[in-house]
Design a protein. Structure first.
Length: 260
């Protein structure tokens, strides 16, 4: 698969605060364009999700990360784990961690291989059908063949579960198990600041609960739990960040549609 332009720059950045930087991949279709969060800590830095794995995230953040990096995957889906292998500390929920060691999940850059019912469901949920079926409109390097794309298998170095703490020195994040989108979906909760990194458990866009390993019943429980969390800001796996009022609106809309 050839003929795509070479991107001048694969990642773009948005500085949210002195401590938090959002990185995204503008040449990736919104369906699989995940938010990559860099959090600066006193003793180490935190990465929440790592994109699709075309451009090198490790190279991109060299000027941001001047200390060891803890790379967290909020769940197993390929748009969140593409560069996980580039980092020495690799963290994932224990339910999905074994699946990273020999990665065989669905990971296409074209919708040509999507089962029709899944693609139709994504479009019905609110995503635009990709032009010509492609999920990228550029490549990161001259001569790269999209047919060679795949996620690099890598063992997780730390499997976590509900209540575990990820400590970066001056900031401490509690692992919240938030299943529904996938069995091992998780968020990182900082009670001191009311900050939640939510992965794909909740974001301000079409939520997906009909993927092969999704569980609507678990998702309903997750939404009810999130409504009780005293959040100030949610940094999701996709789309812009939002506050508690919008979290309630998103959760209520989901529950109205699914909690029958």
């Amino acid at each position: 698969m050839t003929g795509l332009k070479v991107a001048d720059r694969w990642f773009v950045r948005q500085t949210l605060s002195d401590d938090i930087t959002l990185l995204t991949e503008p040449h990736v279709h919104p369906l699989i364009r995940c938010n990559i969060w860099h959090v600066r800590g006193r003793d180490k830095d935190l990465l929440v999700d790592t994109g699709i794995g075309l451009g090198s995230l490790k190279d991109e953040i060299q000027d941001l990360a001047d200390k060891p990096v803890s790379a967290v995957a909020t769940h197993i889906h390929y748009d969140h784990v593409g560069c996980l292998h580039e980092f020495g500390e690799r963290i994932m929920h224990r339910i999905e961690a074994p699946r990273m060691a020999d990665y065989s999940e669905f990971a296409p850059l074209s919708t040509d291989t999507f089962p029709k019912d899944i693609l139709d469901g994504l479009v019905a949920a609110g995503y635009e059908r990709p032009k010509e079926g492609l999920l990228v409109d550029a490549v990161h390097a001259e001569g790269f063949d999209l047919d060679s794309y795949g996620i690099v298998s890598t063992p997780v170095t730390r499997a976590v579960e509900e209540g575990d703490i990820i400590d970066i020195g001056d900031r401490h994040f509690e692992v919240l198990h938030l299943p529904g989108h996938s069995p091992g979906s998780m968020g990182l909760w900082e009670a001191a600041s009311g900050t939640l990194f939510s992965g794909d458990a909740i974001y301000d866009g079409p939520l997906l609960d009909d993927l092969p390993d999704s569980d609507v019943t678990a998702y309903i429980a997750t939404m009810k739990r999130l409504k009780e969390l005293p959040v100030q800001v949610v940094h999701g796996g996709h789309e812009p960040s939002f506050g508690r009022a919008r979290l309630i609106e998103i959760a209520d809309a989901y529950l109205a549609a699914r909690d029958r």
